[in-house]
Ligand binder design. Structure first.
Ligand SMILES: [Zn+2]
Length: 146
């Protein structure tokens, strides 16, 4: 089980799972990042992918990821893009390349001074009071995560 985000009080819009994403969000609630995995070529794809981007394989399965990655790029929002973010400004939205290769769009938890291209992040999880748990990118300098 991966560590949770250093801060457990993350504010944001309620996330709602549907039939296609239920397995992903059930795993997030248990602290595991799930990706799509292709049994034909042993390739990985981002959640929400319906067919393999690397071969003709069309039978992707959910498979647990290592839960680490690095920052590719990010944006720092000083104005709330949704009222539910108002108490958390500034918020950081990033593209993270996870160890398996896919790029995920994740919210970043940690000091904006620690943002740098290639910075190592650990996938943590927000567990809001309402709605589904979801993955976030945690910068190791935040709270001394192991
Ligand atoms: Zn494939």
């Amino acid at each position: 089980m991966h560590s949770s985000a250093g801060r457990t009080t993350i504010n944001g819009p309620t996330v709602t799972a549907d039939d296609a994403s239920a397995d992903f969000f059930d795993a997030a609630a248990a602290g595991t990042l799930m990706l799509r995995w292709c049994s034909s070529c042993d390739g990985w794809a981002a959640p929400g992918t319906d067919w393999c981007p690397q071969c003709p394989g069309q039978e992707l399965q959910w498979r647990a990821a290592a839960g680490t990655g690095e920052l590719v790029t990010w944006a720092v929002a000083h104005n709330a893009p949704h009222p539910a973010f108002a108490d958390d400004l500034p918020i950081v939205s990033a593209i993270v390349e996870v160890r398996e290769g896919p790029w995920l769009n994740l919210r970043v938890i940690g000091s904006t001074s620690a943002l740098s291209v290639g910075a190592a992040v650990e996938i943590g999880f927000a567990h809001p009071d309402e709605g589904a748990s979801y993955p976030v990118a945690v910068l190791p300098s935040d709270g001394g995560a192991s």
